[in-house]
Design a binder for this molecule. Sequence first.
Ligand SMILES: Cc1cc2nc3c(=O)[nH]c(=O)nc-3n(C[C@H](O)[C@H](O)[C@H](O)COP(=O)(O)OP(=O)(O)OC[C@H]3O[C@@H](n4cnc5c(N)ncnc54)[C@H](O)[C@@H]3O)c2cc1C
Length: 275
Amino acid sequence: MENEGWFDPWCLLQGLRRKVQSMGVLFCQGEVTRFISSSSHMKTTSGKEVTLKRIYEVHVKMDHSMEYQPVECALVINAAGAWSGQVAELAGIGKGPPGTLQGTRLPVEPRKRYVYLWHCPQGPGLEAPLVTDMSGAYFRREGLGNNYLGGLSPIEEEEPNPGNLEVDYDFFQDKVWPPLAQRVPAFETLKVRSAWAGYYDYNTFDQNGVVGPHPLVVNMYFAAGFSGHGLQQAPGVGRAVAEMVLEGHFQTIDLSPFLFSRFYLGEKIQEHIII
Ligand SMILES: Cc1cc2nc3c(=O)[nH]c(=O)nc-3n(C[C@H](O)[C@H](O)[C@H](O)COP(=O)(O)OP(=O)(O)OC[C@H]3O[C@@H](n4cnc5c(N)ncnc54)[C@H](O)[C@@H]3O)c2cc1C
């Protein structure tokens, strides 16, 4: 019962949000719909011509309005979670000839995942740590009322349609419950009480985050693609991106293996433990 545990993601987010607000950060809620950028041309040492882009204005569609707000900017941090691939596309990323840096996409897309909450008076109670079974099924205790929550990622061939957030209860019955009951026989008697679905910010290339600047859209920085393990990495990534922006390089933690260029170079930092 050491060096493991869990926290409430919403509380962590609100804690960080309130802290930065107290330090003067202003929040503005809306949807980024367009980037306006300037271009410059450069020749590489091998004589290749490359086009560099710099975003200087972002169009933000305000909630409950058809109008957009033009926002001038010095830099953009693309931290749009499961939608960061789409936001990168708005900046022209991935829209060049295939096999070129310009044509290399940010390979992040939404993948639907379920979390189930069940009740089981015979369960392990306080004895239960956060458990990830070899099958990939995971669970933890939820409060003190004999409740537990957990889930399992589907195999690639059984990916659910990400077009809606409906919960598939048969998935629990057929895929999640059997390994859970094998690991904890008392779970044979569990009763599912509720469930919800959310989107993993899934990086199809190597299931790991993307951190740092884009090589061609020079003032777009990424903090995206954490593939379902982004919460635990968020404080470190925040620090790394801040250092990159302020100092021009990583300082406290070297996250250079997670740069965008790995997609073009084919250098995977494969994440094997995705739950
Ligand atoms: C069911 C489930 C269980 C998970 N469990 C864990 C876990 O146990 N441990 C763990 O570490 N992680 C877990 N995660 C993953 C974790 O939630 C994510 O990796 C993390 O939230 C990513 O944070 P983020 O800030 O990058 O993106 P998000 O939290 O997704 O934030 C992205 C934000 O960008 C906004 N946005 C998108 N497009 C635009 C646009 N065009 N304009 C303006 N804003 C836009 C979105 O509205 C959203 O507010 C889980 C995820 C799910 C779905």
